[in-house]
Design a protein around this ligand. Structure first.
Ligand SMILES: *[C@@H]1O[C@H](CO)[C@@H](O)[C@H](O)[C@H]1NC(C)=O
Ligand SMILES: *[C@@H]1O[C@H](CO)[C@@H](O)[C@H](O)[C@H]1NC(C)=O
Length: 510
């Protein structure tokens, strides 16, 4: 009976399966210290958690919304795959989370337990994510200096990927068009002209997908078997080797030049790019200065940069194609500003309507129903007395908060001029440039980039990149939705992505 099937693979599969079942049974009998927090979307029977977890995968958006409305100003919990996710509702609890010290609630540990960083992005990056400081400071400071490179890459990438003519419409798959453009524009600043290498584009755009896929497998693999699973089906090693083939010689050269000259190359011709900023940050840390570590760091920076920017831009692309009524006034603003400021970072700062439109798009579709995920390292007590034990995953209901009439007038209506008007009003009230309502400024009502110390350090770069791309697109092309309606987002559990298969039509402006 077992003769045909009892190969080693089946045996290993059987053992893994048995361990998974054992883990499930153990969990369903273990007393749960989170009992005091009401749960949402859980049927009332012994295996309710698992039914709820399955339901959350399909209806995470609606279940979060239900909790938001049912427990205003309180915490509730939902079943996320194999664990609880506590969602804290209301301004005070969200502020508590923002204010909490890293010793209590950790972003790194939440990311690690969701993405299994050791195996998906590597030990080096898991232990020493030094690129965060580089993104926060030198990269943000150098946006203006790198702007003409970004601009020329935007023009070249759109020429290659959106080759529309004046007299006819072409239809292009939006995601597959935007993703390589974002990869090229970002990597122009990261590594220079090698950003155009087709293999490199393929690797950088696929890497995030591989991380997510691998993480899903590690998730259902019992802890002890994960290193073996990483060897058997993980993508990290292959991606690292493929990326090293492209950027290895360049990195080797840059490390040697840095060893020899530091930041002062002869003739001052050291490239002003991410590699230089990483090397500056790596001075005195030999472990950071190897081709392999730097390749992994690059992959990880791409992981953080490309899909986030692509999602933001895709949502905005579908929104502008749906709301053609904004196109003329945005074009007028862009053309007017560029006439006096050229294609510069200063110009981006003056495009208040464009900023407002992109921010509204991201308010409307922030990429999920729960964000700012953290994991507790010690029991943590909120100011309303709610306590969550060590190891709890906790987050904020971003979508419901962004769509709450208490936070925004007519919150369920897309209003591209909303933040531009708020800025105007802010100016009148003497609030400076009304910068408070700009897209890069996080607030309790605008949580797309998180909040507080851990707000996305790449947001200044990403927002400038999105503005530059959208400004170029609007003055270069006419566009329309292929099917006349905005394509539906793709939801899995608490994550909502812009439609990945829909097409958008382009025609070059005459
Ligand atoms: C969080 O910190 C800010 C400023 O540090 C403070 O004004 C605010 O009251 C704090 N919020 C809570 C809920 O502790
Ligand atoms: C994405 O959009 C396409 C075209 O409008 C549609 O056929 C498809 O069902 C959408 N995907 C999802 C997951 O809704």
């Amino acid at each position: 009976m077992f003769t045909d099937t009892s190969t080693p693979a089946t045996l290993v599969g059987g053992i893994i399966f048995a361990l998974i079942v054992a883990q499930l049974i153990w969990k369903s009998f273990k007393p749960c210290p989170l009992n005091a927090i009401p749960s949402v979307g859980i049927p009332q029977h012994p295996f309710g958690f698992y039914f709820g977890a399955w339901d959350f995968i399909k209806n995470g958006r609606a279940i979060t919304e239900e909790g938001y409305l049912k427990y205003p100003g309180k915490a509730f919990k939902v079943a996320l795959a194999n664990r609880w996710l506590v969602v804290v509702n209301g301004r005070t609890l969200i502020e508590d989370l923002r204010n909490a010290s890293d010793d209590y609630v950790s972003l790194a540990e939440a990311t690690n337990s969701l993405l299994h960083l050791k195996h998906t992005i590597g030990q080096e990056q898991y232990r020493d994510p030094y690129q965060i400081a580089v993104i926060r400071t030198p990269m943000t400071r150098n946006i203006a200096g790198c702007f003409s490179d970004m601009r020329s890459e935007v023009v070249a990438a759109f020429e290659d990927l959106v080759p529309a003519k004046t007299d006819e419409w072409i239809s292009l798959p939006a995601m597959q068009t935007v993703l390589p453009i974002v990869s090229r524009v970002s990597n122009r600043v990261f590594i220079g002209l090698q950003c155009r290498d087709p293999d490199y584009i393929q690797i950088t755009t696929q890497f995030a997908v591989e991380v997510a896929q691998d993480a899903a497998w590690f998730h259902i693999t019992p802890t002890v078997l994960r290193p073996i699973a990483a060897l058997l089906f993980g993508h990290l090693e292959t991606s690292t080797r493929r990326a090293m083939k492209v950027v290895g010689p360049m990195l080797q050269h840059r490390i040697e030049m840095d060893d020899k000259y530091g930041a002062d190359w002869p003739n001052g011709d050291r490239p002003n790019d991410l590699i230089s900023w990483l090397l500056d940050e790596a001075r005195g840390y030999p472990a950071r200065r190897s081709v392999r570590t730097m390749t992994r760091t690059l992959l990880n920076v791409n992981f953080g940069a490309i899909h986030t920017t692509t999602q933001g831009f895709l949502h905005a692309l579908y929104h502008i194609a749906e709301h053609g009524e904004y196109v003329e006034s945005l074009r007028a603003e862009i053309e007017g500003v560029v006439k006096t400021e050229g294609w510069t970072k200063i110009a981006m700062g003056k495009m208040v309507k464009l900023d407002s439109f992109l921010k509204e798009s991201s308010r409307f579709a922030p990429g999920g129903s729960v964000s700012m995920l953290r994991q507790t390292l010690q029991p943590f007590t909120f100011s309303d007395g709610t306590t969550i034990p060590t190891g709890t995953l906790v987050g904020v209901p971003i979508l419901a908060a962004h769509h709450d009439d208490a936070n925004y007038a007519d919150a369920d209506t897309f209003d591209g001029g909303r933040f531009a008007r708020m800025r105007e009003e802010g100016k009148e009230e003497g609030m400076g440039m009304g910068i408070r309502h700009g897209m890069v400024t996080p607030s309790l009502e605008f949580l797309t980039f998180g909040l507080g110390r851990h707000a996305c350090p790449g947001r200044f770069f990403g927002v400038n990149e999105q503005k530059l791309m959208m400004a170029h697109l609007l003055v270069t092309y006419d566009l329309q939705l292929r099917d006349g309606v905005r394509p539906p987002d793709e939801w899995i559990a608490h994550m909502g992505a812009a439609n990945s298969t829909a097409e958008v039509m382009f025609r070059r402006r005459g």
